[in-house]
Design a protein around this ligand. Structure first.
Ligand code: 0O2
Ligand code: 0O2
Length: 260
């Protein structure tokens, strides 16, 4: 896989060099009309070569991302199966729903530049190329789901981040597990990194909206907006607490009724 990505790297490099060359030739033609015909032939040649390289680059990324896609598809089926099993047993499932996403190529490239991750080290150093999100009804369910993940023999947990006990300054709450997951692709075996985020429906509501508002300030909100977002996170925290308290009360009443 490394050599495939090196090829992509070269393609990106020549893509930008070619773009620069075309700009230069167009400008030169404007100032020097006699060279226009010659320059236009060169531009056509470069553009054909560049579009072929872009095609090779796209198929390289598709190949690189395939094991991650497979990991997400498999894990989603397995976790949805676990949820189904709770329902068949007549028990409340700690898993409400599961979503997965592959990090878009542009985001991978952008993050690799910011974090100074070389293309050949992406597999080891970029942990969220495959992202799985498990939503739970109640805050207690998060820990139950984390336990379910720890018990799985097909997942090797590399490390965990508990943003529920240690809320981020933004107000973000979620439990993250960075895991290794094995996939078989025809005659090869890969172990890919998958970032699993476990959170309640309410935490997910806050995080999704805050993430979508983030496009303008990239996390660096003006102080007043930051304060208001922290306030909404507090409201979400209270909502989770109140929902758990209501559920516990209902469970207590049901138990007392069964005892009589
Ligand atoms: P089920 O049995 O309802 O879970 P996919 O490839 O479609 O399985 P993807 O692309 O990873 O999943 O994510 P997507 O499409 O955003 O959502 C995955 C599942 O979560 C879908 O159900 C959605 O209906 C469900 N979902 C999304 N948002 C909510 C929500 O707010 N509440 C609830 N309860 N479910 C939600 P499935 O997979 O089709 O089937
Ligand atoms: P995406 O795909 O846009 O969600 P990392 O960025 O993972 O290498 P970091 O920053 O130490 O390293 O990880 P952290 O803080 O655990 O964040 C990982 C992911 O958690 C983020 O991915 C978000 O999905 C989520 N997250 C963390 N902090 C916040 C927050 O304040 N608000 C929201 N809405 N989500 C948060 P990315 O990188 O944003 O990618």
């Amino acid at each position: 896989m490394f050599s495939k990505l090196n090829a992509s790297n070269n393609s990106w490099y020549s893509f930008f060099v070619n773009k620069f060359l075309i700009q230069f030739l167009v400008l030169d033609s404007l100032f020097n009309p006699f060279s226009m015909f010659h320059h236009s032939l060169m531009i056509q040649l470069i553009m054909t070569k560049t579009s072929n390289e872009v095609l090779v680059m796209r198929s390289d990324w598709d190949l690189f991302l395939f094991p991650y896609k497979l990991a997400l598809d498999e894990l989603k089926v397995k976790l949805k199966g676990q949820r189904e099993m709770y329902r068949l047993r007549g028990e409340a499932s700690p898993i409400e729903f599961v979503t997965g996403r592959l990090k878009p190529v542009e985001s991978i490239i952008q993050k690799s530049k910011i974090r100074k991750i070389a293309m050949e080290n992406l597999e080891e150093e970029m942990e969220d190329i495959a992202g799985l999100r498990i939503m739970c009804p109640f805050v207690e369910d998060v820990q139950e789901v984390v336990e379910l993940m720890r018990k799985r023999e097909d997942l090797e947990i590399i490390y965990e981040k508990d943003y529920i006990s240690h809320i981020k300054e933004s107000g973000y709450r979620s439990y993250h597990l960075v895991c290794k997951y094995p996939v078989d692709v025809i005659d090869q075996k890969y172990e890919v990194l998958v970032e699993i985020q476990v959170r309640t429906l309410a935490m997910n509501f806050w995080a999704s909206i805050e993430h979508s508002l983030n496009y303008k300030y990239k996390g660096d909100y003006p102080i007043e907006l930051k304060r208001r977002l922290q306030k909404t996170a507090k409201a979400v925290y209270q909502l989770d607490e109140e929902m758990s308290s209501i559920r516990n009360e209902i469970m207590d009443i049901s138990e007392q009724e069964q005892d009589h």
